[in-house]
Design a protein around this ligand. Sequence first.
Ligand code: ARG
Length: 276
Amino acid sequence: MNPQERKARSRIYLMCPPEHFAVEYAINPWMDTSAPVDTELALKQWQLLRETLVRLGHAVHVLPPEPGLPDMVYAANGAFSVDGVVYGARFRYPQRAAEATAHRAFYEAARSWRFVEPAEINEGEGDFAYLPAAYGGLILAGYGFRTAPAAHAEAQEALGRPAISLRLVDPRFYHLDVALAALDDGNIVYYPGAFSDASQAILRQLFPSAVIADEEDALAFGLNLVSDGRNVVLNSAASGLAAKLRAAGYAPVPVELSELKKGGGSVKCCIAELRP
Ligand code: ARG
């Protein structure tokens, strides 16, 4: 398909600046508490990411960062919304638990959302993706490291859309959003090796036209991307994946986020999509 046929849809995002970003604990294989972190550089890279989204025509809300929550920059983990309903997060590790409260306060202040408090452990868009035009609206849900499988049923019930459970098997790809991303309303890109054999078969069945990424793309955090249907904002280190996306008719927009990789995240981790 040629790029002119891929249509962008403008989005509303939520981001949180890495003012208090640090690697003070290690809860995923990317985090090394002995490696120095340049918070200034993290902030600069974050600002460029935010400006990129605005330049592409999207709205970006900013969540005030809180001291003592060094991972709060990964705003994707704070909730998951579909059609005005917000399914709240409940973090696996106590170090991040308070982030869920900050996100909840954001949605409640806006008043237009219906907020559903979760009973099950789930890390928001870290483990949930939404495809509005696939099968009438489909939730893809990851488990294996963070989100509890029971949260998939809870999200399905809260949001009224079928949730497909996908099992993650490689600890380097501990969240769904480092292994799979929505490219537009109906199509995805993913790295098969991050999933169990059965989950790979399910993805092949549901998404025969998916873009397939390889291990190198995934290790460069290329799958941790944000797409508006045409423009695909992704880590600049993932040049191989950028070429595959271009060949599939999308327009890759590389951004440098090297500092935030030290916490185990990239573009998508820093951005929650709000679906009013
Ligand atoms: N240090 C964070 C954690 O391990 C990184 C979260 C990345 N976020 C994401 N959506 N994958 O929880």
